[in-house]
Design a protein around this ligand. Structure first.
Ligand code: GDP
Ligand code: MG
Length: 171
């Protein structure tokens, strides 16, 4: 009687914002201080069971943020039903980069794609430069889900993926 949801999810965002670390935290509940940067893209899968016994299967494409891999991104976001666009709350330029990914997704990806904006590294609160309210307002204006996370402390990481499941399931 349990239901199953399946999602193809892509992570996008500037290099070093913590995309791979978020996936590692979500899939393996593990964090590396010194993580090798992703080349091209990496595939990981995770299945979670929600409180109501719904089984949610995520197929996750973790892309490289470097400019030289930018032309590969459409291969990963085409056909995706969800995208997580990540920035680092301690790097203002990473939010600009995130906005450009959101623009590209809204123009080129599936029209019904669920996009979440994710401000990562909330454990570095003392170095924060992107205010929560500013990022949330941008997300609301552009029809995006919004969450602030820390891959390091695990704060809100499962919640991010659960939020996406809830939204994508109703669209
Ligand atoms: P990616 O290039 O976006 O995949 O970023 P990585 O996951 O490779 O992370 C880049 C660097 O940021 C690494 O040194 C990580 O250990 C660090 N990092 C990632 N997430 C967090 C976080 O939530 N908090 C802190 N303090 N560091 C993080
Ligand atoms: Mg990476």
């Amino acid at each position: 009687q349990g239901r199953t949801h399946q999602f193809k999810l892509v992570l996008l965002g500037e290099s070093a914002v913590g995309k791979s670390s978020l996936v590692m935290r979500f899939v393996k509940d593990h964090f590396d201080e010194y993580r090798e940067s992703t080349i091209g893209a990496a595939f990981l899968a995770q299945t979670i069971t929600l409180d109501d016994d719904t089984v949610v299967k995520f197929e996750i494409w973790d892309t490289a943020g470097q400019e030289r891999y930018k032309s590969l991104a459409p291969m990963y976001y085409r056909g995706a039903n969800c995208a997580v666009v990540v920035y680092d709350i301690t790097q203002a330029s990473s939010l600009d980069k995130a906005k450009s990914w959101v623009d590209e997704l809204q123009r080129q990806a599936e029209p019904d794609i669920v996009i979440a904006l994710c401000g990562n590294k909330t454990d570095l609160e003392s170095r924060r430069v992107v205010e929560t309210d500013v990022a949330r307002a941008y997300a609301e204006e552009n029809g995006l889900l919004f969450m602030e996370t820390s891959a390091k402390s695990a704060s809100n990481v499962t919640d991010l993926f659960t939020m996406i499941d809830q939204q994508a399931d109703t669209t």
